[in-house]
Design a protein around this ligand. Structure first.
Ligand code: FEO
Length: 174
């Protein structure tokens, strides 16, 4: 059975993951309206990734006899000055999420909550990947600078990203 402290902290993290999903969907809308369909597609895939993250926590609480409580989401930003600014904001956001995961890991240790600790290790690894993938795009956009052709080529490259839903084996490994 999950303890109340961990349950509340995970419910808060579900909100953060859904908030991330909402933010990236807002970025997808921004890119789409800017004619950057590849970047929009990249952000749509990221939106779906975040839903998977939220559901991992949702299932963990339910599986351990806890109660999922969905909290209110705040309205995400809708406009960015440039594609670079948007990806920089996404990178900063991922760093914020990583710090929240670190706090949850510490709480699991304090509470001697080993099942939560094991699940959270998955999130620790995932956050390394999340930060790396966004920072790579930031670097590429910095290199592209004001080159319109470079932006079009990068947009095409980012549009190749496809969301891969978790498999049953992934779910069993949680
Ligand atoms: Fe769920 Fe992008 O962190």
């Amino acid at each position: 059975m999950i303890g109340k402290k961990m349950q509340d902290a995970m419910n808060e993290q579900i909100k953060q993951e859904l908030g991330s999903s909402y933010l990236y969907l807002s970025m997808a809308a921004y890119f789409q309206s800017s004619g950057l369909d590849g970047m929009a597609r990249w952000m749509r895939a990221q939106t779906q990734e975040e839903l998977v993250h939220a559901m991992k926590l949702f299932d963990h609480i339910e599986d351990r006899g806890g109660k999922v409580k969905l909290l209110a989401l705040t309205q995400p930003t809708t406009e960015w000055a440039s594609p670079l600014t948007a990806f920089q904001a996404a990178w900063k956001h991922e760093q914020f999420i990583s710090s929240r995961i670190d706090n949850l890991v510490e709480l699991a240790a304090e509470e001697k909550d080993h099942p939560a600790g094991i699940l959270l290790q998955w999130f620790v690894t995932e956050q390394v990947e999340e930060e790396a993938s966004v920072s790579k795009v930031v670097q590429l956009l910095e290199r592209v600078g004001d080159s319109g052709n470079g932006l079009i080529m990068l947009d095409r490259e980012l549009g190749a990203r496809v969301f891969t839903p978790p498999t049953t084996a992934d779910a069993a490994a949680q």
